[in-house]
Design a binder for this molecule. Sequence first.
Ligand SMILES: C[S@@+](CC[C@H](N)C(=O)[O-])C[C@H]1O[C@@H](n2cnc3c(N)ncnc32)[C@H](O)[C@@H]1O
Length: 242
Amino acid sequence: MVDLAYSDPSLAALYDALNPWGPGDDFHLPLVMSARSVLDVGCGTGQLLRRAREAGHPGRLCGLDPAEAMLARARRRTDVAWVLGDLSTTAWEREFDLIVMTGHAFQVLLGDDELRTALAAVRTALADDGRFVFETRNPAARAWETWTPENAVEVTDADGAVVRVAHRVETPVTGDTVRFTTTFTGPGWERVGVSELRFLDVDPLDAFLTEAGLTVEERFGDWDRSPLAAHSPEIVTVARKR
Ligand SMILES: C[S@@+](CC[C@H](N)C(=O)[O-])C[C@H]1O[C@@H](n2cnc3c(N)ncnc32)[C@H](O)[C@@H]1O
């Protein structure tokens, strides 16, 4: 699913202001810098790979995303390969030392079959000693409970207009998928997008990884590399090919 927030050019233009460089990017950047070839799945506006190239990464950097509007932002940097698509449309074999999914992009993989297809493609695209690094929000931390209109944020668009961005979760939340709306209001702005994110718990997550032939090498509960605890905000996974 490509939701409105990613497929609409004016919303894609707000993405970096709404999602500035953060601790997750600080976690991923050294991994990218020390890998010869990197695939960033769901790369969005390409913030991580653009920064890696700027910092002197000498090797292959490739960003993959199904939203043309997001890739159009990424393409401002031309010394990175930007590929339109997703893991069901690619045919890389043993090509990448590191594959990442950052900014909780992993959570856009909703159905079991979609997840299986994606993980199988990751394994195929990884070099034999390659690593797959990604995070998913820990369902026990219930992050969606803070996605309320009271917690709306304001950002400034390219024309200097202030845009208010508010989430509202469809309740009750049942199962492991959270559906929510994002409303953009401001001068010249009146848009509502609908998104869905999957909050996989660690046991089913590891079952999918194992089934795909991937093994968990390291596991953290936050960007400071603290161990995963019951209510850690993140499930950060470093996986290898088995
Ligand atoms: C929350 S953004 C994360 C972007 C970027 N990784 C970051 O950290 O800023 C999620 C991205 O996943 C992309 N996406 C949506 N469906 C996808 C799929 N099936 N496979 C890969 N990426 C997908 C969206 O277009 C969007 O750019």
